[in-house]
Write a protein that binds this ligand. Sequence first.
Ligand code: HEC
Ligand code: HEC
Length: 218
Amino acid sequence: MAHHQNSRPQRLARWVALGVLVAAAGLAHAQGNNVASVIARNQCAVCHGEQGESTNAQFPQLAGQNAQYLRKQLEDFRAGTRKYDAMNAIARELTDAQIQALGAYYEVQKPAQHPSDDALLVGVGRYIYERGNIYTKVPACVSCHSASGQGSARLPRLAGQHPQYVENQLRRFHAKERRNDSGAMAFVTEGLSELELRAVAAYVGGMGASAANPRGRP
Ligand code: HEC
Ligand code: HEC
C-alpha cells in the first residue's frame, strides 16, 4: 500500500515533466513554422509565391522540394558556391535556424505540375529521362533522380518543376556556371542536344500529374 501511495505522485511528476517536454517541443516546432512563414511571405513570396508555388517560370517552384536539398541550396547561395546575385544577397541575411525552418516549411507545401501539351516532345523527354542517349553518352536521369523524380536529401525534386527553370539550370550546369553538385550535372549535360534539353524539361514539368488530375493539384 505504502508503495502505491509513493509511486502515484512520482508517476504524476513524470507525466507532468513529459507533458512539459512535449509542449516545449511543439512550441519550438510552431515557432520554427511561424518564423518560416513570415520570412516566406515577406522576403520570398514576391518571386517564389507564398506557398512556394511561383507563377513565373523563371523562379523555381519550392513547394514539395526536399527540406535538406533546400537547406543545401540556401547554404550554397549564402557561401557563394552557387551564384545568382539576388539569391546570394538574400541568403547572406539568413541564419542557420531560419534556413532550416524555411526548408521544412516549403517541403510540406503542395507542389503543382506544369505539363506541356506537346505529347511528342514529352515522349522524347521521357525517353531521355528513362534511357538517356547511349549514342552521345547522356546518362539516364532516372539512374540518379529516380522514376518518380520526387527528390531526396541529395537530389532535387524534379517532378512538376517549371520547364523554363529546368532548362535554365541544365544550361548553367553545361556552361559550368553552376557547379555546386560536384560536377555530376556538367557530365550529364555534356552530350545533351537542344531538342533533348527542351524535351526532358517538358517531361519533368508534367511528372506527377495523372489523367484524372492533369495539373496535379490536390
Ligand atoms: C527577386 C526574386 C527572388 C526572391 C525575392 C527570392 N528568390 Fe529564391 N530564387 C530566385 C531565382 C531567380 C532562383 C534561381 C536561380 C538560378 O537560376 O540559379 C532562385 C532559387 C532559389 C532556390 C533554389 C531552388 C532549387 O530548386 O535549387 C531556393 C532554395 C530559393 N531560391 C529560396 C528562396 C528563399 C527561401 C527566399 C526568401 C528568403 C527567396 N528564395 C527569395 C529568385 C528569388
Ligand atoms: C549521376 C547522377 C545524376 C544524373 C544521371 C542526373 N542528375 Fe540531375 N542532379 C544530380 C545532382 C547531384 C544534382 C544537384 C544537387 C545539388 O545541387 O546539390 C542534380 C540537379 C539537377 C537539376 C537542378 C534542379 C534544381 O532544382 O535546381 C536538374 C534540373 C537536373 N538535375 C536534371 C537532370 C536531368 C534532366 C537528367 C537527365 C538528363 C539528370 N539530371 C541526370 C545528379 C544527377
